[in-house]
Ligand binder design. Sequence first.
Ligand code: ADP
Ligand code: MG
Length: 286
Amino acid sequence: ATPTALMVGTGRGAKMGILIKNGEVLEDVNDVTTVVFDKTGTITKGKPEVTDIIGDEKQVLTIAAALEESSEHPLAAAILDKAQAEQIQAATVSNFQAIEGKGVSATINQQQAFVGNDKLLNEIKIDSELNKQMIRLQDEAKTVVFVGVDQRIVGLIAIQDAPKETSKEAIATLKARGLRTVMLTGDNERVAKAIAQDVGIDEVIADVLPGDKADHVEALQKAGKVAFVGDGINDAPALTMADVGIAMGSGTDIAIESGGIVLMKNDLRDVAKALELSKKTFNRIK
Ligand code: ADP
Ligand code: MG
């Protein structure tokens, strides 16, 4: 009788846009105590927009757009959109390099240029005025990237990625069921906390390098079974490590392959529905 229950459960899920890819995840769903979320594209819309530019806007955008043309990061798309709207002609670059979790760099006119967060700056000092601006913008839940040439910061760009309309309700539902909620992100701690507070997530683990997400999931598993919800290339190992991996249907192919459950509507409220459906299905199979 068990395969029938599984088919009924997965069929019902498919109608709701919840794909249960394998029956294995069902065994663990009953015992999940913690739900861990990626930020960008999972809690937020994943459509970042440039909101503020500090410094000479034209100069900052000319350099930033030139570098970001070779990047596939969502932040790059936001910067390129803004440059296009301002009719900025991007300079030509060579020696492009993406530095994981930090930013990008390349050569423009024989000078080394960069766009990225403070971790990319190394020994370059941020003056106190710029530092003040950075903190203000991050507290507004905006991601800040510095733009520089030749070891000198020429300005910064603030980029905002708003939470999806349903994220707050989704988190409230999970918390009402007694689940612990955690955000796991490569973004800055101040930005992450501002967004976490916005949607009601209790715990934040920020500044996580892409390769380290799975390790954090493993550490959280010491306290109980963990569901991980994500969408990016860098989320794939965490989706595999988690007891229940839940991928966004809008996510990268590798994330979708790594998840045991896929949310086709990209609505975070479907996390609670997926857990509930899996529980019911599993209890019928037993
Ligand atoms: P997330 O978990 O939010 O997807 P990532 O690991 O992809 O984070 O990136 C972390 C941080 O690295 C970004 O918030 C940004 O500060 C910096 N970064 C990464 N790629 C770029 C880029 N192409 N341009 C500017 N900054 C970048
Ligand atoms: Mg993401």
